[in-house]
Every structure is written in C-alpha cells, then in structure tokens.
Design a protein. Structure first.
Length: 367
C-alpha cells in the first residue's frame, strides 16, 4: 500500500486517529493478501489497493519511475497509486491495471466458451457478491464450422466481449459503492464512487489491454508494461511531487478532509460514454487550456461479435445488502419487480438518479 505520508497531517486529532487506524489498514492489507493468493490460484486477477486522487493521509502518488513492471500475478515490484498527466489529469494505475487484467481473464474464459459453442456462463469478481450472467447466441452455422476455424474466429470476439463486459462490471462497481457497498475497508467507500479519475482510468486500462490482447497473450505482462508506459508518456505524465501538488491545489474546492472514508469528495465524473461512446478525463482548473483537446478513450464495443453474427446478453444479479434500494430505482409499479440489472437498459436510469442525488449533495459534476 506504500509508505504512510503524514506531511499534510497537522491536526493533533488526525495524528491520533492515524495511530489508531494504522492497525486497521494493516489488517485489511493482510486480508487482501490472503484473498489475493486464494483468488489467483483460480486464475482470477489479484486484488490491488486503490487510492483517492486527494492529497490526504495514506494516499500514494506515483510517476513513470515508480510503477515497476506490470504483473498479472502477485509481484512486489509492481507499484500503484495516483499518477498525474498534463493532458488527462489524475489517473489511478490500480484501476488501469485491474481492468486490464480482468479483460485478459474474461477474454480467455470467453474464448473457451466460444470454441465449444456454449450458450451461457456466469462469473463474479473478487470484490463484490454480484453474479454476472452471460448469454451467447451463435450464428446458425457456428456448430458446423471445423474446430480450427472456430478457434481462429473466437479470439478477436473474446477480446471485444471481455472488454465490453468488464467496462460494465467496473461501472457497476462504482454504482455499488455510491449506494454504500464496501469491500475489506474499515471505512465507507462512498468518497471513491465515480471520483474524478476512476471511470477514465477504467476505460484506459481496457483500451490498452484490448490493444495488447488482440496480438495474443504471449508476454502479456511485458507488453502491457510497455503499452502503459508509452500511453502515460503520450499523456505527458508528470513527477510524483507534481501529482501530489496538483491534488493539493484543489483541496477545499474538489474535496475536503484528511482521513480515508471520511474525505468529502465534491468533484465526480459520471461520464460512462452514454452520449457519445467516449469517456473523457477531468482536467484540473489550471490545466483546462483551450489549445489542449483532452484525449478520450472509447467505451468498448462489440465490433467483432457483430461482424460474425454473434449476440450477447449481459445480466447482473445483485447480491449485496444494498441491492433493494438499487432495484427499486429501476422497477416501476406497473411491472414485475426487477431482479437483475440489464446495463444497456438500467444504467442510464441509475446514472440519472445518481446525478440528481449528487446535485442535491452540492457536488460538482462532470459527465
């Protein structure tokens, strides 16, 4: 989780709280490690610890020299935190790497299902209880194709499907945390829900993963390390010190507070590409220059499956304790109560509800 930085902690009460909270963070870290090891034996991506883009206690900022090599498996050389780029603002490398690895994991799973012509499978992430139901409808001649031909056609489709589903899953995770879901943390995770760098970081991770995976999975870690480094350079990544200074510059405007879980984050990014199919970054006021066009990343699409005549239906079955309040929002009195979320249908409704809620809370929106 990085070293503790108390340089911004000046209040005695905060210092005392830090001393009390340290064991809680250590316990959470140890629990993460134990789950991480267990999850990876099943081939799932490991759990990584995320950060707020705020100059507050326990938050880690990184630059190009800090990141180390990407590693799908647990590896002490990989380091994550909040990077800062001149063209795209803050980026959470934990989100980038996690969505990338989940795209790889799901693409490999889907590939096997496609080759075998299986019409249905489920999966779940290692940070929430929701179950994802994936229904596949194949072109009429799929079962008659030679196996080798199915294999050749399936990988590109699997990469597109994996990226698409993981973007929906990452968005669902933000929705869950908005409504009160927490995982491992002793503190509320609401401050991190749709924080200004999250969705953009998710889109970036999937974009890079798909670019790497379309060429296959060989040397995935090495090639993703290179791809991430090149993209951050393209976005004009800044130093670790500048990353922290940039976060500190919007204290009092975009956020307030010091302790994780109790930081009040006013600036939120609700852009999930519903209007134009792109996810744009949130720039800090000092970087919002007219001559700079912020680079947007595309929401994953199903180009290859559509070309091959394959269709997919994704359903999310919430099992978290907060599922009731979410399902009530997308249910209407004149219909049977909704029990599963259909992202294409229900995400716009949920995002509209979240926006209105955010405005009532006095938040600054970007969407």
């Amino acid at each position: 989780m990085g070293q503790i930085d108390n340089s911004n902690v000046t209040d005695l009460g905060v210092t005392r709280f830090a001393a009390i909270a340290r064991p809680l963070f250590l316990c959470a870290s140890l629990l993460s490690c134990s789950l991480l090891a267990g999850c990876h034996t099943r081939g799932e991506p490991r759990i990584r610890v995320g950060h707020y883009p705020t100059a507050t206690w326990r938050m880690v900022f990184v630059d190009l020299n800090d990141l180390g090599p990407h590693s799908y498996a647990p590896d002490a050389l990989e380091r994550n935190g909040i990077a800062y780029t001149r063209l795209a603002g803050h980026i959470d490398t934990t989100h980038v790497r996690s969505t990338a690895d989940w795209t790889k994991y799901l693409a490999e799973m889907i590939y096997q299902h496609l080759v075998e012509g299986q019409p249905y499978f489920t999966f779940k992430s290692n940070t929430e209880s929701s179950i994802y139901h994936v229904h596949l409808t194949y072109p009429t001649n799929w079962s008659r194709l030679p196996r080798r031909q199915r294999e050749l056609k399936s990988w590109t489709m699997a990469v597109d499907l994996g990226g698409y589903i993981i973007f929906q899953a990452a968005t669902w995770h933000e929705i869950l945390t908005w409504f009160g879901h927490r995982f491992l943390s002793p503190f509320p995770e609401f401050p991190s829900a749709f924080s200004w760098e999250d969705t953009y970081s998710n889109a970036l991770g999937i974009y890079l993963a798909q670019r790497v995976l379309h060429a296959g999975t060989a040397a995935y870690d090495r090639r993703f390390t290179s791809a991430l480094r090149a993209e951050l350079i393209k976005l004009d990544v800044q130093s670790q010190l500048r990353a922290r200074e940039a976060a500190a510059s919007v204290r009092g405007l975009w956020y307030s507070g010091q302790i994780p879980g109790f930081v009040k984050v006013r600036r939120r990014n609700f852009d999930i590409g519903l209007d134009d199919g792109l996810v744009s970054p949130v720039l800090l006021p000092a970087d919002s220059l007219p001559k700079d066009t912020p680079p947007a990343y595309p929401v994953p699409r199903l180009h290859a499956p559509e070309e091959q005549g394959l269709t997919m239906k994704l359903e999310i079955e919430p099992r978290e304790w907060i599922k009731g309040k979410i399902l009530r929002i997308v249910s209407t009195p004149d219909q049977v109560r909704v029990t599963r979320i259909l992202p294409a249908l229900h995400f716009p409704q949920l995002m509209d509800h979240i926006r209105h809620s955010a405005l009532k809370r006095g938040m600054i929106l970007y969407d």
